[in-house]
Ligand binder design. Structure first.
Ligand code: NAD
Length: 316
């Protein structure tokens, strides 16, 4: 049994990670300040092997017991959140990552940071392999998130090269599943909420921009495999099946049996036109690939979270 510290553990991905680590017999220390996470996501986690610490990672924090793994997931992640919290997002990526790395160094723990496909920006290479350095607008509104994550990657590699910390970087592509907040602004919970209420589904631009959506269980499985490996280089984890936003809207309408119509709204600034992970490295190094197809994952989200929770009228 290992002791795993999960920052951002009460968020969407962090809470699924806590579930999966506990299910594998590990002890979990969950650190969160509830900026965008919630108690509802972790209230089912009781017992001697689950500990919650209410901490803001932008301040130094210490853990008295030995720690074997640090999974650093704390960060605003949805555009709605990081546009509302631009300075905090930069602080979490910088100070927060420093503190989490410092803790890993102190405990000689394996450190894994949750990076993002946003480090590729609006990519000029398609699909995106880890060797692609990206095309990011540092001064646009999304720059606070993209650059915070790029800085966090640089910091992680510096702690590895200079301080000898055992680090890993996962570049996460769009992920969905139960516990996404209905109003967090991301495409799948927004479309599901609108469809379940038979309200117009708001697609940005022409809806021809693409995304590749990974079901949360697949992602968490890939992340734990990466943490358990000795790999230090960044690894993409995501589902390479690519859909236009219009195709996604139609799939959500079909699965929910909705009478919603599709309406078009202005494209946000610097919205990437394409997004598709090249997962050759994950396949070769981790023996990992996603197994849940989009329609199946949408159905599971609907079944697990429940329509009322997805509409925001009940906690998921
Ligand atoms: P989320 O908003 O649900 O979770 C983030 C968690 O971090 C929340 O519980 C929040 O309260 C916590 N947090 C934020 N600032 C904090 C601070 N200063 N101190 C302590 N806790 C803090 O988002 P998510 O989708 O679960 O994303 C988790 C991580 O994965 C983030 O680092 C995000 O950048 C990364 N990521 C997610 C996706 C995705 O598709 N969900 C894609 C790429 C990368």
């Amino acid at each position: 049994m290992a002791t795993c510290l999960v920052t951002g553990g009460s968020g969407f991905l962090g809470s699924h990670l806590c579930d999966a680590l506990l299910a594998r017999g590990h002890r979990v220390i969950c650190v969160d300040n509830f900026d965008t996470g919630s108690l509802a996501n972790i209230q089912h986690l009781r017992g001697p092997d689950f500990v919650f610490m209410h901490k803001d990672v932008t301040e130094p924090f210490f853990v008295a017991e030995p720690v074997d793994f640090v999974y650093h997931f704390a960060s605003p992640a949805s555009p709605i959140d990081y546009l509302r919290l631009p300075l905090h997002t930069l602080k979490v990526g910088s100070y927060g990552t420093h503190h989490a790395l410092g803790l890993a160094k102190l405990h000689r723990a394996r450190f894994l940071t949750a990076s993002t496909s946003e480090v590729y920006g609006d990519p000029q290479v398609h699909p995106q392999p880890e060797s692609y350095w990206g095309h990011v607008n540092p001064i646009g509104p999304r720059g606070v998130y993209d650059e915070a994550k790029r800085y966090a990657e640089a910091l992680t590699m510096a702690y590895h090269r200079q301080q000898g910390v055992n680090t890993a970087i996962v570049r996460i592509f769009n992920t969905y599943g139960p516990r996404m907040r209905p109003h967090d602004g991301r495409a799948i919970p927004t479309f599901m909420r609108q469809a379940l209420q038979d309200k117009p589904i708001t697609v940005f631009g022409t809806g021809q921009q693409t995304r590749s959506f990974c079901y949360v269980d697949d992602l968490i499985n890939g992340i734990i495999r990466l943490a358990d490996s000795g790999i230090h280089q960044p690894v993409n984890i995501g589902n390479p099946n690519e859909f236009t936003l219009l195709e996604l809207a139609k799939a959500v309408i079909e699965i929910t049996g909705s009478r919603s119509e599709i309406v078009y709204e202005a494209l946000p600034t610097d919205d990437p036109q394409v997004r598709q992970p090249d997962i050759t490295l994950a396949r070769e190094l981790l023996g990992w690939e996603p197994t849940v197809a989009l329609r199946e994952g949408l159905q599971r989200t609907l079944d697990t979270a429940g329509a009322a929770a997805l509409m925001g009228t009940l906690p998921a």
